[in-house]
Write a protein that binds this ligand. Structure first.
Ligand SMILES: [Zn+2]
Length: 94
């Protein structure tokens, strides 16, 4: 039985870029219905994270959270603190 020709090897598609811009908001961060923006924290301003009461130093990428019930207030959260907060509120965060 003649060996069948193998099909030309399928070339892998373009690789999905691993790097993402720092300003891309992670999908999990919006679990609570809040508007969440990832920022690079390069404005030279120090914020206080409501989650841990620690400072968010300039240059630290973090999240700006605008909650539906309090759209006037923009709060700056450490990314892991916001994740913990969502979990605390009962959201499933990947
Ligand atoms: Zn924090």
């Amino acid at each position: 039985m003649p060996r069948r020709h193998e099909r030309a090897r399928e070339r892998p598609g373009p690789a999905i870029p691993v790097e993402r811009p720092l300003t891309a908001t992670p999908a999990w961060a919006q679990a609570g219905g809040a508007i969440v923006r990832a920022v690079t924290g390069e404005k030279g301003k120090t914020y206080r994270c409501p989650g841990c009461q620690q400072e968010i130093r300039p240059g630290t990428p973090h999240l700006v959270v605008i909650e539906e019930e309090d759209v006037e207030a923009r709060r700056h959260w450490h990314t892991p603190c916001w994740k913990r907060e969502l979990r605390r509120r009962g959201f499933t965060v990947a």
